[in-house]
Design a protein around this ligand. Structure first.
Ligand SMILES: O=C(O)c1ccccc1NCC(=O)[C@H](O)[C@H](O)COP(=O)(O)O
Length: 211
């Protein structure tokens, strides 16, 4: 059965929609240039109602230790999702914080998948995310999709998740084609950048449950 992470939540109402709809993970972004960036106080409030069986994922871009420590404490994080973070830094973060690590791999071509293999001993899961355009402010959350056939026949080095450009209309096909164990969405359940929509969250989670 495929489960779902709803990423970039920033209000109690949309966290509630994710929980009601059966999300396995909720994502909190700690990256100031993002429209989904959370203060530590806001993260504390949002994490409060999340039950133990739902994973709280902190999303970071090459974070330093003080950001990690504050965010982990405020968001009571279970998982650190790391974008644009060098492998040796991932290893150090894992050793220091002892939480599950999801290494985000930016994918546009088959060659990009080679990066995933380098994380075999370093991370707990690979998040295959679409590569955002050259010069983009964000490494994710831009509704960009990659060619899912790149994953055909690929021997995944680790447990994994699929991300990038998913929405209620295409997630069924994405799951059927890739057999992803977890799907991750952000802008596909928004009405504007950073503005999550409860009905889109419900529709996405219903589509995942049906797939
Ligand atoms: O979403 C952000 O603003 C963000 C900022 C910095 C690093 C990563 C970010 N998002 C990562 C995610 O996990 C998104 O859910 C993923 O990229 C998919 O986004 P979308 O294509 O919009 O569904």
């Amino acid at each position: 059965m495929t489960t779902a992470k709803i990423c970039g939540l920033s209000t109690p109402e949309t966290v509630a929609a994710a929980l009601t709809g059966g999300a396995s993970h909720v994502g909190f972004v700690f990256f100031p240039p993002s429209p989904r960036h959370l203060s530590f106080d806001r993260a504390r409030t949002l994490a409060e109602p999340v039950p133990e069986h739902v994973g709280k994922v902190g999303v970071f871009v090459d974070p330093d230790d003080s950001l990690l420590a504050e965010a982990i404490g405020a968001g009571r994080l279970d998982v650190l999702q790391l974008h644009k973070t060098p492998p040796e830094r991932i290893a150090a973060i894992r050793a220091r914080h002892g939480l599950d690590i999801w290494a985000a791999i930016a994918v546009r071509t088959r060659a990009d998948l080679d990066v995933a293999a380098r994380h075999r001993e370093l991370a707990d899961r690979i998040l295959y995310d679409a590569k955002t355009p050259e010069g983009a402010t964000l490494p994710g959350g831009m509704g960009v999709r990659f060619d899912w056939t790149l994953l055909d026949g690929y021997r995944h080095p680790l447990p994994w998740a699929l991300s990038g450009g998913l929405d209620a209309g295409n997630v069924h096909d994405a799951i059927r084609q890739t057999r992803a164990p977890i799907v991750d969405v952000s802008s596909g359940v928004e009405s504007a950048p950073g503005v999550k929509d409860v009905s889109r969250i419900a529709a996405f989670l219903a589509a995942v449950a049906k797939a």
